[in-house]
Design a protein around this ligand. Sequence first.
Ligand code: ZN
Length: 353
Amino acid sequence: MTHPRAGVDYPRSLGELQAWFSTDASCLDYLEWLRWPGGFICPVCAHAAGWRLGDGRFMCAVCSFRTSVTAGTIFDRTRTPLTVWFTACWLFATAKDGVSALSLQRTLEIGSYQTAWAMLHRLRSVLVTPGRDRLSGTVEVDETYIGGQEPGLSGGRAKGKKVLVGVVVEVKEPKGFGRCRMAILADASAASLRPFVTAHVEPGATVITDAWQGYSGINGLGYVHDRRSQRAARARGEDPGALLPGVHRVASLAKRWLLSTHQGAADQAHLAAYLNEFVFRFNRRKSRSRGLLFYRVLELAVGHDPVRYSDITAGQKPRAVLPTPPRTRGHPPSLDRPPLDRPWRVADLHDSG
Ligand SMILES: [Zn+2]
């Protein structure tokens, strides 16, 4: 949907979220509406004809394929109740800086840290919109090291165990920044930097870089190359760090976010996913409606292929930061709550009786 309406197509507040999605059934109905706004479409033969079976699944009228609303999405075969998913998605999408697995586990009374951690990784994995536009206009490009220990070295492109990350950000006139992109680079060679630039910047853009030789030849790729020498800036008595203010701003915000929200828990194997989340947040930092972000994340989630636990842990398993309660990888309790009739009054009656 191009222009979803607040209070109609998505909840405006936590109160509205709880009122709309008090049962797992209402969550499922919302996912059905998001996935098939015009009614069921067969994921196999693409015919828009079918009916609902007694168990809630759908059957295609043409090829007889049976499926469910959540099959083929990131909620495929989930053992986590949808009420828990919706609240997790709300916290993930509406908190300005996102939410850590530990805080999610505590807030939703999820049995294990691993379950909360995997839920956030599934949500994170849907954030890169397929076919998104490349950055345009005037952009700054640079590389920075993220993660590892700060050895107190300054500058240089050959630091130890840190991960090299490419950063590109749109520069607005007269001031301010537009969208950004970040991606892990194999190294700072031209062979790594050129594909990074062409993947993320629209041809015709003006590309501002420092004088690093890895950026030579950018002209030949259809860009206007504005090369700024740090040495020349130093010679002029200017601050060489101020040559590329946009990328330095984005890089320092990303590093601060990894240290604060995630307390440095973003290991190397999952850094790319965390960077995607940071870019998603940065590029929507001016969005007035947080509820709209909740809608967008769920919309992406029902359009995204399933993400298996083994896919997420392919590189590395989550850190065992806490003693795991007995219900290891247990199903979190549903947040499906029947309305209670003033329990505080009922308790009074029992106490006095
Ligand atoms: Zn079919």
